[in-house]
Design a protein around this ligand. Structure first.
Ligand SMILES: *[C@@H]1O[C@H](CO)[C@@H](O)[C@H](O)[C@H]1NC(C)=O
Ligand SMILES: *[C@@H]1O[C@H](CO)[C@@H](O)[C@H](O)[C@H]1NC(C)=O
Ligand SMILES: *[C@@H]1O[C@H](CO)[C@@H](O)[C@H](O)[C@H]1NC(C)=O
Ligand SMILES: *[C@@H]1O[C@H](CO)[C@@H](O)[C@H](O)[C@H]1NC(C)=O
Ligand SMILES: *[C@@H]1O[C@H](CO)[C@@H](O)[C@H](O)[C@H]1NC(C)=O
Length: 407
């Protein structure tokens, strides 16, 4: 048994050592896939196309496996004038994504914001607005057809207090606009395309979260197809919910039989000019909490960061003073948050491999004794779930050491 333990310890140590060598043999996407997920991805846009350093990272199949067009599929850019569809920019993102072999999440169809003036200012009747929504969704989904793994069909329909947000759509049609959007999408989209409701602060605003749960239930009760809920996960350093809270949130949705994903993850410093060493460490913990929550929830399919470099982050432009929200700096240095996420995933994968190796042999019972860090309790229960509680393997400090005790 002793030699077996040693082998596992070495396995874990080796994987950690590899992460510090160039060129690395793993990255965020490859490790995330090894945990059983579909993708680790990022928002991107055509204004990033000429940036060679950026493209070098984006095209690295170890780091990224998914893209979301940050803006070019939004209504104002894709149908700026009645019936005048401009697919040029979003087509470029879609073909880049395809050429990199990435999954494409498509974003977004019915949303109150970034609308062209003709939509916001026309005095719609219920009938003309239904027609407008139907034509928009039909045209856009048909154009991209099977290139979209998922569509954010309706975006940000709720207020923080759980009421429906006022918008041109809600004001004319009431909540009917939501079921109409999903109904049209389900009739036009290829059957394998996942249809999502997407919103922010579902992780932090309890009334909004409950309203989103009710929204999914109400669509399901009416027989309207909804396949997933996208939680945007725009977090602030130190105010990110705990991993336990994030898992509970995700499970409220997956319990309804839908997929979930973090669709726009970033973790902003409140005051980026003065971000302390402590804040940098906290940002790393916050990123790990989000990624780990997805790993621990079976139907969480993937994580999309809302740009991977501060150079193109939306945060400072929208919230002056905030920023530093991404995994890479403006000049493409990997931040402590990047290394923490990578280290967490390496540890998870090493533990999964070691557990599978042991259980794959014979039915030896192994039990954990060492009182590790409290934060790792979930890791242990994860391995129990995975392996039918034959074995517990405890991993201390992100893959550096495995502590086992045989019974
Ligand atoms: C797409 O076409 C529009 C309208 O002609 C133009 O304004 C825009 O710059 C084009 N975008 C790209 C990325 O080519
Ligand atoms: C809920 O929030 C919205 C948006 O802030 C506000 O307009 C509305 O009055 C609030 N409703 C209630 C019942 O508090
Ligand atoms: C935060 O940064 C600003 C600008 O660099 C500086 O003027 C201010 O004194 C700093 N505040 C603290 C509390 O360090
Ligand atoms: C885990 O197992 C996979 C598949 O056998 C292998 O490719 C990968 O290198 C292993 N990773 C670690 C960290 O042990
Ligand atoms: C189970 O596996 C261990 C470790 O490989 C080995 O020492 C032991 O003899 C095996 N027991 C049986 C019953 O095969």
């Amino acid at each position: 048994m002793r030699s077996l333990l040693l082998a596992i310890t070495l396995l874990a140590r080796t994987s950690t050592a590899q992460s510090n060598r160039e060129p690395p043999s793993t990255g965020l996407h490859s490790l995330f896939v090894s945990t059983g997920k579909l993708y680790f991805g990022t928002a991107t846009e055509t204004n990033n196309f000429d940036d060679a350093t950026y493209q070098n990272i984006l095209s690295n199949p170890l780091e990224f496996g998914q893209q979301t067009p940050e803006n070019s599929q939004k209504w104002g850019l894709i149908q700026p004038n009645p019936g005048g569809f401009t697919f040029n920019a979003s087509d470029q993102v879609a073909s880049l994504s395809e050429s990199y072999g990435h999954v494409l999440r498509c974003h977004t169809l019915t949303w109150h914001s970034q609308l062209p003036p003709f939509v916001s200012s026309t005095a719609w009747t219920p009938d003309t607005l239904r027609q407008l929504i139907t034509t928009h969704i039909t045209s856009v989904i048909s154009h991209f057809s099977s290139s979209c793994y998922a569509w954010d069909v309706v975006n940000e329909a709720l207020n923080e207090n759980g009421t429906f947000r006022n918008s041109v759509f809600f004001d004319v049609l009431g909540e009917e606009y939501i079921s109409l959007s999903f109904k049209v999408a389900s009739e036009v989209a290829p059957p394998e395309t996942k249809l999502y409701y997407n919103d922010f602060n579902l992780e932090t605003a309890p009334a909004k979260q409950t309203a989103a749960v009710d929204l999914v239930k109400s669509l399901q009760a009416r027989g309207v197809r909804i396949d997933g809920v996208g939680l945007q996960a725009h977090f602030t350093v130190g105010q990110t919910p705990s991993v336990e809270s994030l898992i509970t949130t995700l499970r409220r949705f997956t319990d309804l039989g839908v997929d979930v994903a973090w669709t726009e993850l970033d973790v902003s410093h409140e005051d980026v000019e003065n971000a302390s060493e402590l804040a940098v460490e906290q940002q790393a913990k916050d990123y790990v909490a989000a990624v780990r929550a997805c790993v621990e929830v079976d139907r969480c399919v993937g994580v999309t960061v809302w740009q991977f470099t501060d150079k193109y982050s939306w945060v400072p432009g929208t919230f002056p003073g905030k920023g530093g929200a991404c995994l890479w700096t403006e000049d493409y240095q990997r931040k402590p948050a990047y290394w923490a996420v990578k280290g967490f995933l390496e540890g998870w994968v090493a533990r999964k491999n070691a557990t599978e190796t042991l259980v794959g042999g014979n039915g030896t019972t192994v039990r954990t004794v060492a009182g590790g860090r409290g934060a790792l309790t979930g890791v242990i229960s994860g391995s129990e779930r995975l392996m039918g509680s034959l074995i517990n393997v405890q991993l201390v400090s992100f893959g550096v050491l495995l502590v086992l005790n045989m019974m």
